[in-house]
Design a protein around this ligand. Structure first.
Ligand SMILES: *Cc1c(COP(=O)(O)O)cnc(C)c1O
Length: 349
């Protein structure tokens, strides 16, 4: 049976979180002499002399309107990378516990595991980049705390079968993290709808991809109230800065603009797939539910170096198991995609 108390680290269970000046006084007041801020202002046109809201309430309220999830079920991090790290620090005892990763997948899960001295048990995806449920079941033991599933998956681009993720959620007594960084580009629906069904589900999303705000560092985790409470307790008190909160709020008003870009990206993705198929050095193009495509080639290193020499950078994934010979290409603007395709026409000449 899943029970958060069996998963939490003892020190986190007992932790008294940092109490900030703004935590201790929350009413209306006009004179704030409680946080050792500079009362005169900032040497800027815009004022940042006050500490930001530790729980990012305005941003969460707006996310509630967009995602249909109440603020108490939302965690906001300094990028989703912070949410990943906080899950490790909350649930995994260094040198003792383990997590399950399903490569080829996003590299940060393993880096975060290594930083926290947590064993990462790797169960390769199948040839068609789906979960090996038997292999995962064998790898799980009583010290397994987290399973990371990325869907749509980076770098392969495909979505992971929904029923397989639900099988894990229903049978694993630890936490299943579903990383939906690319969900806006997907034909699949989000797992956010399943939050009421599964207490051990964490859905991660980010403003770094479709929302075009990678530079602001704003990532979200959606989960049960008890998981979010723990994450808020463990995070640095002011983990999302004031400027990022203000700009994120402003950006979240522009849903229509983002939806137009998503539509255009999907059109451009189809265009790239059609055009790339025609090159003889392209062996295979994997179906993508994301804003990038994984392209298997006869000479990944040669093409990569050639593109670099022309000032075009793609991601060389040819050293990654199950991605041999493959390049990961992000869908660009129509003009950028034209430059890419025109340049590739001269490869080998
Ligand atoms: C890009 C990406 C993220 C985003 O991370 P941020 O820290 O929010 O920028 C998360 N997960 C995956 C799989 C990604 O590819």
């Amino acid at each position: 049976m899943y029970n958060i108390d069996n998963l939490l680290r003892e020190n986190i269970k007992k932790l008294t979180p940092y109490s900030s000046a703004r935590d201790e006084y929350q009413g209306e007041a006009s004179v704030f002499l409680d946080a050792n801020e500079n009362a005169y202002g900032s040497p800027l046109a815009q004022q940042f002399n006050r500490y930001p809201d530790p729980l990012q309430y305005e941003v969460k309220k707006r996310l509630t309107e967009i995602k249909g999830v109440p603020p108490r079920n939302i965690f906001i991090g300094n990028g989703s990378d912070e949410a990943i790290d906080i899950l490790f620090r909350s649930f995994c005892n260094p040198g003792v516990d383990n997590v399950i990763l399903v490569p080829p997948t996003y590299g940060m899960y393993e880096v975060s595991a290594n930083i926290n001295d947590i064993e990462a048990r790797k169960v390769l995806l199948t040839e068609d980049y789906q979960l090996n449920l038997e292999g995962i079941a064998e790898a799980i033991d009583e010290r397994t705390k987290l399973i990371f599933i990325c869907s749509p998956n980076n770098p392969t681009g495909n979505s992971i079968n929904r029923e397989d993720i639900e099988t894990l959620l229903a049978n694993f007594n630890g936490i299943v993290v579903v990383d939906e960084a690319y969900i806006n580009f997907s034909r699949q629906k989000s797992f956010i709808q399943e939050l009421t069904e599964y207490a051990n589900l964490v859905v991660m999303q980010t403003l770094s991809k479709a929302w075009g705000l990678a530079g602001l560092r704003v990532g979200m985790a959606f989960a049960s109230e008890e998981i979010i409470r723990v994450m808020n307790k463990v995070k640095p008190p002011y983990n999302v800065n004031e400027s990022s909160q203000q700009l994120a709020l402003e950006a979240l008003a522009n849903v229509a603009q983002v939806n137009n870009w998503i539509k255009e990206t999907l059109i451009q993705r189809d265009r790239l797939v059609l055009a790339l198929k025609e090159f003889d050095f392209v062996v295979d193009i994997y179906p993508s539910d994301a804003n990038f495509i994984l392209v298997k080639t006869t000479d990944a290193n040669g093409i990569y170096d050639y593109l670099v020499s022309k000032g075009i950078i793609v991601r060389n994934r040819s050293k990654v198991e199950l991605c041999e010979g493959s390049l990961r290409i992000t869908v660009g603007t129509p003009e950028e995609n034209t430059v890419l395709l025109d340049t590739l026409k001269n490869f080998g000449n």
